[in-house]
Write a protein that binds this ligand. Structure first.
Ligand code: SAH
Ligand code: SF4
Ligand code: F3S
Length: 439
C-alpha cells in the first residue's frame, strides 16, 4: 500500500495533440479532488506525457524520471510516476522493467488513469495500452477554465504509414470524433474563456463524419458566438479537399495560416517515404490555396537525411523551399524508429552530412521567415493577447499569420487588439495598438 496521491503534475513532451491529452489528464486528476503542484519534484503524482517521434524524445523520458526522483528525494519524497503518451504506447513493458515506474497508460486509454493510480496505490501492476473501440472522449470530465487559445482534438490516428513514422503504431488507425461532440466541446471551451480554437488531428483534414468534412465543421464553429478565430493542424496534402481550400477564401474566422508538411522536395525520396504525393502535386496544391487566400502564411515540416537522400535530392528540397517562401517551418534530422520500414533501410546518410544539410535548410527557412515578417510590416491586423511579455507593460499575442507579436499597453489576456505591425524581428513582430475590436 502506498499513500494515495493528493497533488499532481503533468508534463507534456510532444505535439499539440499530446499537449491536449496532458490538459485532459490534468482535468481528470482535478476531478478526483487532487490539486496541481507547482513543479514535478513537489508532486505526489508525476505524469510524464511522452513523445516517441524521434530518438532523443525517448531518452529524455528516462533522464527526466531520474531527475524527478533525485529532486524529490532531496525533499524526502518518493513520487508516484505515471508514463503516458506515445512512448508508453510503444514501450510500455520496457519502461516498467527499465525505470520501475508505477503506471503506464497509452494515448487511447488515459481516461483510465484514475483507476490505474488506484491500482498502483494497492501495489498492483498498472499498465493500460489498449486501443478500445469506444473512444475515451465521452469518459473525460468537462473542460475547466482555459486560456484564450485552446486546443480541441477532433481526429486521431493515422493510416498513412509514412515509412519513417511511429504515429500509426502509437496512435492507431484514423478515427474522427462525432460532429456534435466537437461542437459541444467548442462551445464549452468558449464558455471557459477561449477566443481561438485550434482543431487538432494527426491528419486533421481527413476528419469526416458521415460525409461531412473539416470545412463543414469549420463553417459550423464559425457561427459560435464569442469564438473569434479558428485554426487547424496538422494536415496531409492528400486530404486537402477543395471544400477546405474554399473555406480559406470566405470564412472570416478561419485564420490565414496553413501548416502542410511536405518532408522533402525530391519526388524520389517522397516515394521512398511512402508520402503518396510528389513534389509537383504539393506545389500545385499550394498554388490553389494561394489563389483563394493570397496572404496565407504557409508552414511545413522537413526531414533531412532520409536513407538514400543524395545531394541532388537535398537540392530539390532547397529549391522547393525557395519556391514556397514559408512563413515558418520545422525541420528535423531523420531518426530511425524501431518497427518502422525505414529503420531497416541500409543506405544511411552519415550524421555529419545530415548536420550540414539541416544547417543549410534551417538557414534558408530562417531567411524566408524573416522575409515574411519584414513583408508584414505596415499591415494592420488583430492580435489575440495570450500572455504577459518579459518587459513591464508588455503583452504577447499572435497575429492571424501566427506570428508572435509584442505590444505595449493596458491590454488584458484574451483581448483582440487591432494593431499595426510596426517592426519585424527574425522570430517575432512588434505591434502598435490602434483601437480595441468589438467582440
Ligand atoms: N501527421 C503529421 C505530422 C506527424 S509528426 C504529418 O504527417 O505531417 C511531426 C513531424 O515529425 C513530421 O511531419 C516529420 O517531419 C517529423 N518526423 C516524423 N517521424 C520522424 C522521424 N522518424 N525522424 C525525423 N523526423 C520525423
Ligand atoms: Fe506520420 Fe505520415 Fe501519418 Fe504524418 S501522415 S502521422 S508523418 S505516418
Ligand atoms: Fe509525439 Fe505521439 Fe505526437 S509520437 S508527435 S506525441 S502523436
Amino acid at each position: 500500500m502506498k499513500p494515495a496521491p493528493q497533488t499532481y503534475h503533468v508534463k507534456s513532451f510532444g505535439c499539440q495533440m499530446n499537449v491536449y491529452d496532458g490538459e485532459r489528464m490534468a482535468e481528470l486528476m482535478a476531478a478526483q479532488g487532487m490539486t496541481p503542484a507547482a513543479d514535478a519534484a513537489g508532486a505526489d503524482l508525476v505524469v510524464l506525457n511522452t513523445c516517441h517521434i524521434r530518438e532523443r524524445a525517448t531518452e529524455k523520458v528516462y533522464s527526466d524520471i531520474g531527475r524527478i526522483r533525485k529532486d524529490a528525494g532531496k525533499q524526502g519524497r518518493v513520487p508516484m510516476i505515471a508514463i503516458a503518451g506515445c512512448v508508453a504506447q510503444a514501450e510500455g513493458a520496457e519502461i516498467v522493467a527499465r525505470a520501475k515506474v508505477d503506471v503506464v497508460v497509452g494515448p487511447q486509454a488515459y481516461h483510465n488513469l484514475p483507476a490505474l493510480v488506484a491500482q498502483a496505490v494497492v501495489g498492483e501492476a498498472a499498465l493500460d495500452t489498449d486501443m478500445p473501440l469506444a473512444s475515451k472522449f465521452g469518459k473525460l470530465p468537462a473542460r475547466r477554465k482555459v486560456g484564450p487559445s485552446a486546443f480541441l482534438t477532433v481526429q486521431e490516428g493515422c493510416d498513412k504509414f509514412c515509412t519513417y513514422c511511429v504515429v500509426p503504431y502509437t496512435r492507431g488507425a484514423e478515427i474522427s470524433r462525432p460532429f456534435a461532440a466537437i461542437v459541444d466541446e467548442a462551445k464549452a471551451l468558449v464558455d471557459a474563456g477561449a477566443r481561438e480554437i485550434t482543431l487538432l488531428g494527426q491528419n486533421v483534414n481527413a476528419w469526416d463524419d458521415d460525409g461531412r468534412g473539416l470545412h463543414d465543421l469549420i463553417r459550423t464553429l464559425d457561427r459560435i458566438e464569442g469564438l473569434a478565430r479558428i485554426r487547424y493542424t496538422t494536415s496531409h496534402p492528400n486530404d486537402m479537399r477543395q471544400g477546405l481550400i474554399d473555406a480559406h477564401g470566405d470564412v472570416e474566422s478561419l485564420m490565414p495560416f496553413l501548416h502542410l508538411p511536405v518532408q522533402s522536395g525530391s519526388t524520389r525520396i517522397l516515394k521512398a517515404m511512402n508520402r503518396s504525393h510528389g513534389r509537383d502535386d504539393y506545389l500545385r496544391l499550394m498554388d490553389r490555396v494561394r489563389a483563394v487566400r493570397p496572404d496565407i502564411a504557409l508552414s511545413g515540416d522537413f526531414i533531412v537525411g532520409f536513407p538514400g537522400e543524395t545531394e541532388a535530392d537535398f537540392a530539390d528540397t532547397l529549391s522547393l523551399v525557395d519556391a514556397m517562401g514559408y512563413a515558418q517551418a520545422f525541420s528535423f534530422k531523420y531518426s530511425p524508429r524501431p518497427g518502422t520500414p525505414a529503420a531497416t533501410m541500409t543506405d544511411e546518410v552519415p550524421e555529419a552530412v545530415m548536420d550540414e544539410r539541416l544547417q543549410r535548410l534551417q538557414a534558408a527557412l530562417g531567411r524566408d521567415q524573416q522575409a515574411f515578417n519584414r513583408a508584414s510590416v505596415g499591415r494592420t491586423c488583430t492580435v489575440l493577447v495570450e500572455r504577459r511579455g518579459k518587459l513591464p507593460g508588455q503583452m504577447l499575442g499572435k497575429s492571424p499569420w501566427l506570428q508572435s507579436v509584442h505590444l505595449m499597453g493596458d491590454h488584458a489576456i484574451g483581448d483582440l487588439v487591432e494593431v499595426e505591425l510596426a517592426a519585424a524581428g527574425p522570430l517575432s513582430m512588434t505591434g502598435v495598438a490602434r483601437m480595441p475590436v468589438a467582440a
